[in-house]
Design a protein around this ligand. Structure first.
Ligand code: NAP
Length: 326
């Protein structure tokens, strides 16, 4: 029998229990993927508590939206995918049985060809992180060639693809991380400048780095800490896209007024089908042609999903957090 993670109640990481689970069968519009690696995302940890505003599954459930592997069975109505295809799964907002398992059954629309040049580990990070990065930079942030973007939290799952997509779009990238290893990773992805968000005065050099103009776009992974400092760095009519935030802060709106600046939120759950299609097609094109760069990942065995959740919420990020499901 295949292994899978089952949560029988909401709560801390300890509710994630590895079990032998029954073999699955796809429905007519579904496929079954033999999972080699599953992506672990912060949203999975929020859902596990049962208090996430966007999604509350019924228990018992298997967590996870992202994966990569090989197609093992194809529903009778699916014509664009075949047995044996290498694929990645990006199932947020689409029906799926949960990717923290050796088998996942999902809507065929959630499954995309994985180019030969990408490993299963790279493929398992293509769903939520790449879609979020694309949406924040382009659909919400309206990034233009020649602009400067500050990716505040570039060392993690979303930050890594944001750096790569922004560079490919012709932007100058300033990326932040909170550890020496994270800074090195962000540098290796091609960021033009790197800053440590755990150092006092870490943003002091931004005016010099931008020739006094300021930042055109901030992609912010921890707005509850950084929003006002970000706003003070903006160029006239600059934008901040809030991707992540944990808590609240006091804020001086006048900082936005004098720059005619915008603060915009983003949440993947709000994407329209057309936006999803556009983002997915851009990501598929980028994966086939250019990247992603060799992925750095922190990998846990499937059975250690609870440890992966603890790690994700407590340790410095170094690329993508994954489960090896082989
Ligand atoms: P992750 O892999 O755990 O990375 C977290 C990132 O935040 C790391 O780069 C980390 O840097 C950085 N960070 C920590 N302290 C920071 C600070 N003071 N200032 C700036 N950055 C800081 O998580 P992820 O998958 O990249 O997700 C990042 C955030 O976006 C999470 O809050 C997640 O819930 C959210 N998210 C939102 C959406 C959406 O649709 N809105 C989608 C996906 C993710 P170091 O570890 O190097 O310090």
């Amino acid at each position: 029998m295949p292994r899978g993670i089952v949560a029988r109640e909401f709560g801390g990481p300890g509710v994630l229990v590895a079990e032998d689970v029954p073999d699955r069968e796809p429905g007519p519009a579904e496929v079954l993927v033999r999972v080699h690696a599953a992506g672990v995302n912060p949203a999975d940890t929020y859902i596990r508590t049962g208090e996430y505003s966007f999604f509350k599954p019924s228990v018992p459930y298997t967590p996870g939206f992202d994966a990569a592997g090989v197609l093992e069975a194809v529903g009778s109505e699916v014509s664009n995918l075949q047995y044996g295809d290498r694929v990645f799964v990006a199932a947020l907002g689409l029906a799926s049985s949960g990717s923290y398992a050796q088998q996942v059954v999902c809507d065929a629309a959630a499954v995309h060809p994985l180019p030969d040049r990408l490993s299963f580990h790279q493929g398992a990070g293509l769903g939520i992180p790449w879609t979020t990065a694309y949406r924040a930079l382009f659909q919400r942030g309206n990034l233009q060639p020649g602009e400067t973007v500050l990716i505040h939290g570039a060392s993690g799952g979303v930050g890594n693809p944001a750096v790569q997509l922004a560079i490919a779009a012709g932007a100058t990238v300033i990326g932040t991380a909170g550890s020496e290893e994270g800074l090195e990773l962000v540098r290796s992805l091609g960021a033009h400048h790197v800053l440590n968000h755990r150092s006092a005065g870490n943003l002091d050099s931004v005016p010099t780095l931008t020739g006094g103009r300021g930042i055109d776009l901030v992609v912010e992974m921890l707005a509850s800490q950084n929003l006002e400092a970000d706003a003070e760095l903006l160029a006239p009519r600059g934008r901040i896209v809030v991707v992540g935030s944990r808590g609240s802060l006091t804020f001086t709106p006048r900082v936005l007024m004098v720059r005619e600046a915008d603060v915009r939120g983003t949440a993947l759950w709000n994407m329209t089908p057309a936006e999803r299609k556009q983002a997915q097609s851009a990501i598929n094109q980028f994966s086939a042609d250019t990247g992603p760069a060799t992925a750095t990942a922190t990998v846990f065995p499937l059975d250690d999903a609870a440890k992966a959740h603890e790690h994700l919420m407590s340790q410095a990020a170094l690329g993508k957090c994954l489960l090896d499901c082989t």
